[in-house]
Design a protein around this ligand. Structure first.
Ligand code: ATP
Ligand code: MG
Length: 564
C-alpha cells in the first residue's frame, strides 16, 4: 500500500488481537499477508460512518503490511449508479487511502456465484422454492414453530432445471427463489433456509440485462471475500447474527479461501443521521441542496464544509474500535477539526454583518498599511499588509448606542482597540430614517499605531476586528448549525424528517472581507478573527463572487476530558 505520511497509527484493538492470533504460528492464516476489503454499495455517497470502516479496513491492512481491496458491492441493481462509483473513489482518495490496482466490482463475480449455486444444488444444499412472498411470510414460523417449505425435498434435477430457467428469464419477479437447505428450525432466523437468489428483471449499471436473477447479500458477500482471497472481512455489528450464514456459505463454497468475519460497532453521531437511505431522502425532499450540502454528514458534505482528511482520521482514531454501540458527539468531530485548523489556517479579518465606521479625525484620502502575521503559531507562514483608512467596516454587534452591563465594545465615549491598528474612541452614530444605524463615528489616537497607547494608559475596551472599506471585498458567508434539532432524530419510532432544525443555514450575503481574500479558491481555509474557521465554498464561489462556509465556530463547547 502506498505510504501516506499523514496516516495516524491505529491503536491496538480487539480486531488486531484476533488478526495477530490468526497470523501467529498455528493460526488460521499463519504466514499469509492480511487481506481486508472496504465494500461500499454504490447506492449513495459515503458518510462519516463509512470513514470509520475505511479507517479500520485500510488501517488494519496497513498496520500488518497487508492488502486492502476497494470493492463496489453492486449485487443489487436497485438504486445503484455509476455516479456513485466515482464519487466513492474520490472520497476515499481524499481521506488519504489508496487501493492501488485493487479495485473490484462484485457484479463481475456473478458467473462464479451462479456456478457456486449450481454446485450447492448438486450437493443437495440448495433448492428452488416456489412459495409466493405471502406464503413465505406465513410459513416463516416463529421461535416455537419451525419454518416450512413444501419444495424443500424436491429432486436435485428439478431444482437444477428450474434454476437454469430462472436465470434464462422464463419466470416473472417473485415467482421463485433459490434457497439454502440449512435448518428450518434454527433459533437464528437467518439460518432458516435463507434465500440465495431472487428474480429481478432489472437493468444493472454494469451488467446491463445479462442477469435477471440477483444474489442476496448474505450469499454474495462471503463469496466475494473468498474470490478475492480476503483473510479478514471486517464489518459492522448488524452482521453479527449473519455470521453463521457467512461461515456456512464459505464452508460449502467452491473457492479455496476461507475468510473470517469480525464485527465492530457502527459509528453514530448525535444531531445527524448516518444511513444512505435517510440521506437520500434529505436530498430527494429538497431539505438540503444535495449530497454535498455542507450540513450533510457525507464525506463530500464535510469536505465542502471545510473538514480536512486529517481531522476525520483523527476523529476515527480517537473514537477507537469496539463492540459496544455508542453515539459520539458532533461536538467531538468539531473539536478534531478545530484542532487541525488551529495549526494550519491563516488568520484573516472578515466582517460578517458590516456597519460603516468613520474615523473623523483621520485625514480624508489617506491610507496606511499594517504588517500582520498570517499565522502567529507558524511564523514561517510570513506576514501580509493590511490597509487602513478613514472608513472601515466593523461588526454591527460591536456597537451599541446604549451599552448593556459588561459590554466592552464600542459605545459613545468608550475606547477600544482596532485589531493590529489603532485605539479609537466612539463619538456617536447616525441613523437612517427607519432607525437603522447608517454609520458609526469615532476618533483615533494617532499615537497608538499598532494598538498600544504612547502614554501607557490601560485600555479596558475590547479588541475588535475591522476591514478597510476602500480595499474590502464583498462576500457571501454561510453559517451552519445542526441539521436536526433533536440529538437522536431517527431514534425509536421517530421520523427524522419531523426533527429538522429550521435554523441550520443562515446566509449573510453582504459580508466584507479583507483584500488578501480576493483571489482565494477552494479548498483554502482561514480563521476569521473572532468568528471561527471558514473555507471557500467549492461549488458556488467564483472569481467575482466570494463564498465562504463556516466550518466550525471558535467556541469550544467540547471538553477533551469528555472524549473517549
Ligand atoms: P447505510 O445504512 O448508510 O447504507 P451500509 O452499511 O448499507 O450503510 P455500505 O455501502 O453497505 O453501507 O457499507 C460499506 C461498509 O461500511 C460496510 O462494511 C459497513 O459495515 C460500513 N459502514 C456503514 N455505515 C457505517 C457506520 N455508521 N459505522 C461504521 N461502519 C459503517
Ligand atoms: Mg448497505
Amino acid at each position: 500500500m502506498p505510504e501516506s505520511p499523514e496516516h495516524v497509527w491505529m491503536p491496538q484493538n480487539f480486531i488486531h488481537d484476533a488478526v495477530e492470533a490468526d497470523l501467529a504460528p498455528g493460526g488460521a492464516y499463519a504466514g499469509m499477508p492480511v487481506h481486508t476489503r472496504f465494500p461500499p454499495e454504490p447506492n449513495g455517497y459515503l458518510h462519516i460512518g463509512h470513514a470509520k470502516a475505511i479507517f479500520i479496513d485500510f488501517g488494519t491492512a496497513e498496520k500488518y503490511s497487508g492488502l486492502c481491496n476497494l470493492r463496489m458491492d453492486d449485487t443489487n441493481p436497485t438504486n445503484e449508479d455509476a455516479e456513485f462509483v466515482s464519487a466513492i473513489q474520490e472520497d476515499i482518495r481524499w481521506l488519504g487511502y489508496d487501493w492501488g490496482e485493487r479495485f473490484f466490482f462484485a457484479s463481475d463475480y456473478f458467473a462464479q456465484m451462479y456456478e457456486n449455486a449450481v454446485s450447492l444444488i448438486k450437493g443437495g444444499l440448495a433448492y428452488v422454492c416456489q412459495l409466493t412472498p405471502e406464503e413465505f411470510r406465513e410459513y416463516r414460523g416463529d421461535t416455537a414453530v419451525p419454518a416450512r417449505s413444501p419444495y424443500r425435498d424436491r429432486p436435485i434435477e428439478e431444482s437444477l432445471d428450474l434454476f437454469a430457467r430462472m436465470r434464462a428469464g422464463e419466470f416473472p419477479n417473485g415467482a421463485m427463489t433459490l434457497r439454502a437447505k440449512i435448518d428450518l428450525a434454527s433459533g437464528n432466523f437467518n439460518m432458516r433456509d435463507p434465500v440465495l437468489y431472487r428474480i429481478n428483471h432489472m437493468h444493472h449499471h454494469r451488467q446491463g440485462d445479462a442477469w435477471c436473477i440477483y444474489p442476496m447479500y448474505d450469499y454474495a458477500h462471503p463469496l466475494e471475500d473468498a474470490i478475492e482471497g480476503i483473510t479478514h472481512s471486517l464489518c459492522s455489528l448488524e452482521f453479527e447474527d449473519h455470521r453463521p450464514l457467512y461461515d456456512w456459505v464459505i464452508e460449502h463454497a467452491i473457492f479455496p479461501a476461507k475468510p473470517r468475519q469480525i464485527e465492530f460497532a457502527r459509528l453514530g453521531i448525535n444531531y445527524t443521521v448516518l444511513s444512505k437511505r435517510k440521506l437520500r431522502a434529505l436530498v430527494g425532499e429538497g431539505v438540503v441542496s444535495g449530497w454535498d450540502d455542507p450540513r450533510m454528514p457525507t464525506l463530500c458534505g464535510l469536505r465542502r464544509r471545510g473538514y480536512t482528511p486529517a481531522a476525520i482520521r483523527n476523529f476515527s482514531e480517537r473514537n477507537g474500535v469496539s463492540k459496544t454501540l455508542s453515539t459520539v458527539e458532533f461536538a467531538f468531530l468539531e473539536y478534531c477539526l478545530r484542532e487541525d485548523l488551529n495549526i494550519t489556517a491563516p488568520r484573516m479579518m472578515a466582517v460578517l454583518r458590516p456597519v460603516r465606521l468613520t474615523i473623523t479625525n483621520y485625514p480624508e484620502g489617506e491610507s496606511e498599511t499594517f504588517p500582520v502575521e498570517n499565522n502567529p503559531s507558524r511564523p514561517e507562514d510570513g506576514t501580509r499588509e493590511v490597509t487602513f483608512s478613514r472608513t472601515l467596516y466593523i461588526e454591527s454587534d460591536d456597537f451599541l448606542e446604549e451599552p448593556i452591563p459588561k459590554y466592552k465594545r464600542l459605545y459613545p465615549g468608550n475606547e477600544v482597540r482596532l485589531k493590529g491598528a489603532y485605539l479609537i474612541t466612539c463619538t456617536g452614530c447616525r441613523r437612517e430614517a427607519d432607525g437603522e444605524i447608517a454609520e458609526i463615528y469615532a476618533q483615533y489616537d494617532p499615537e497608538s499605531r499598532g494598538g498600544n497607547p504612547a502614554d501607557g494608559r490601560k485600555v479596558k475596551g475590547a479588541t475588535i476586528h475591522w476591514v478597510d472599506a476602500a480595499t474590502a471585498h464583498d462576500a457571501e458567508i454561510r453559517l451552519y448549525d445542526n441539521l436536526f434539532s433533536d440529538p437522536d432524530p431517527d431514534g425509536g419510532e421517530k421520523n427524522f424528517l419531523d426533527y429538522l432544525n429550521p435554523h441550520s443555514l443562515e446566509v449573510l450575503p453582504h459580508a466584507k472581507v479583507e483584500a488578501a481574500l480576493a483571489n482565494v479558491c477552494a479548498p483554502a481555509s482561514f480563521q476569521f478573527l473572532r468568528q471561527g474557521y471558514f473555507c471557500v465554498d467549492n461549488k458556488d464561489a467564483s472569481p467575482g463572487h466570494l463564498v465562504f462556509n463556516r466550518s466550525v465556530s471558535l467556541k469550544d463547547s467540547f471538553k477533551i476530558s469528555d472524549a473517549k
